[in-house]
Design a protein. Structure first.
Length: 497
């Protein structure tokens, strides 16, 4: 009986658990106790997301009404296949990063701030989970602000003074994005008189008949593009990933932009509808053009970056291009390919940034010259980096290959074969920037920093290999991710406003 009662409330527990736990970290104060408590909460959140994913298989879309008030008068949480995928990604990455964070945070953040780090980490996790779970448009904005405000603090905790500049830059751009989203939501409320996204979809006038709806669509699209760092609106991302603490970079790189992609999907397909977005508005052409620009421009910049964290930051901009390209195809195959890459990129980029966190702990730098010969003193860490890099390139038996295979297939099925060719060509740029790091680490004489380095502690190495191992596992057996992504894409394309 108690188990059934808990099961019924899993959607709200997913969000409330880290929300309540965050201020408790402040009360605990001691770094070890705060970390242990945050570790338990993150893994509990991951367990809840897995339970919701399994429950979804049996009952279909999960709708939870807060306080028993039915929508649109009350706030509801709505968990569909797409949101279930993103919940698993966010909570899973959040739980894997937490064991890694103990040693990393100890080395990179002053002890007096440790409990604040874990408080903000849980708040950021709560905000990201809330954005995905809620069915209320204004609630989505509120949770987005919770995640954003806490992430500004997390970024600013980096010991390099440039972390503060990066956090301020992100605050400015993030505020513009959030303002765009709340303006769009306000305009939709003006037209429909509702904040429930499913209800808004049924009340919207016919496409092209109301200018207010067109303006709302533009504001929401701009806000989502800023949050997901779509080229050329990515200006905040390189500095954030470069100067934030290693644990923060790994967490945000694997989750924050994915939630931004989810926001774009949610509004395009379940609020406005594919007919409006891709017929009344030329969104497909715009998305594909920006995606291709991201794939090539960001990858080209990455080749010439000497700071490897910054190199991977530009790589992330390019990889976001792949996701957006799939969405731009506006087909089941294309959207599914975008969702597959959303999941796969979280694994590979989380693992790569955690590997760099291990190197930073031992060598004190992640610049390429400092990493010369480091494979001799940190073989397991560099092996993880190489596997993650192969996945970025799209080598067979890695998740990157699965992503690009389905993206190329979707391009050919849609009659857009030149885009399939462009995906292959852009992968060659990834070969260039990954090889520069591999060549430096394996084939050069050890630098002073590399010579004194030792292998990373198991508390950091094991979580890194969990994500890198998942890159290989889901690259060999992709049935679960592919089937789930196609179900989600079919549901999204079938949603009618």
């Amino acid at each position: 009986m108690i188990f059934q009662s808990i099961t019924q409330h899993l959607p709200i527990l997913q969000v409330v658990l880290p929300l309540i736990a965050a201020p408790l970290c402040v009360l605990l104060r001691r770094p070890a106790l705060s970390w242990l408590f945050a570790l338990a909460v993150t893994w509990a959140s991951f367990a809840i997301s897995i339970a919701l994913f399994i429950q979804l298989e049996h009952v279909g879309t999960i709708v939870y009404e807060l306080g028993g008030w039915p929508a649109p008068w009350g706030i509801e949480y709505r968990i569909g296949t797409t949101s279930a995928i993103v919940l698993v990604v966010v909570s899973g990455i959040g739980s894997v990063v937490m064991p890694f964070a103990k040693a990393s945070v100890t080395a990179e953040i002053e002890p007096a701030r440790h409990y604040l780090f874990y408080t903000c980490y849980l708040l950021c996790l709560c905000g990201l989970l809330g954005v995905v779970a809620t069915g209320d448009a204004f609630n989505l904005f509120v949770f987005l602000e919770i995640s954003s405000l806490s992430s500004y603090v997390l970024i600013g905790m980096g010991r390099d003074r440039r972390a503060l500049t990066a956090a301020f830059q992100y605050l400015i751009v993030g505020t513009i994005g959030a303002t765009s989203i709340v303006i769009g939501i306000g305009l939709l409320y003006l037209v429909t008189g509702s904040l429930n996204m499913a209800d808004i979809a049924t009340r919207l006038p016919e496409p092209g008949t109301n200018r207010t709806v067109l303006v709302a669509f533009a504001f929401l699209g701009l806000g989502a593009a800023l949050k997901l760092a779509l080229f050329p609106l990515h200006v905040w991302l390189p500095n954030v990933y470069t100067y934030a603490p290693s644990a923060v970079t790994a967490f945000l790189a694997a989750t924050a932009t994915k939630v931004g992609v989810y926001i774009l999907l949610r509004f395009i397909f379940t609020v406005f509808g594919a007919g409006f977005a891709f017929t009344a508005m030329p969104l497909d052409t715009m998305l594909m053009a920006l995606a291709v620009a991201a794939m090539f421009a960001a990858s080209a910049i990455a080749i010439f970056e000497n700071n490897v964290k910054r190199m991977l930051a530009y790589s992330s901009v390019a990889q976001i291009g792949y996701m957006v390209l799939g969405i731009g195809f506006a087909t089941v195959g294309g959207v599914a390919a975008g969702l597959i890459h959303l999941f796969n990129h979280a694994l590979m980029k989380g693992g790569l940034f955690m590997a760099l966190g291990c190197i930073f702990l031992r060598a004190g730098s992640v610049r390429r010259e400092a990493m010369a010969g480091i494979a001799r003193t940190m073989p397991w860490t560099m092996a993880a980096f190489v596997l993650g890099g192969l996945s970025l390139i799209g080598v067979p038996l890695t998740v990157g290959f699965i992503s690009k295979l389905y993206l190329i297939r979707a391009a050919f099925e849609a009659g857009l074969w030149p885009f399939g060719v462009l995906v292959v060509l852009s992968s060659l740029l990834a070969v260039a920037y990954v090889w520069r790091v591999v060549e430096t680490a394996y084939f050069r004489e050890p630098s002073t920093e590399a010579a004194r380095a030792t292998e990373a502690p198991l508390s950091m190495l094991l979580p890194t290999w969990v994500l890198i191992g998942a890159c290989v596992y889901f690259g060999i057996d992709a049935e679960l991710t592919v089937d789930t992504a196609f179900r989600a894409a079919t549901s999204l394309l079938g949603a009618q406003p």
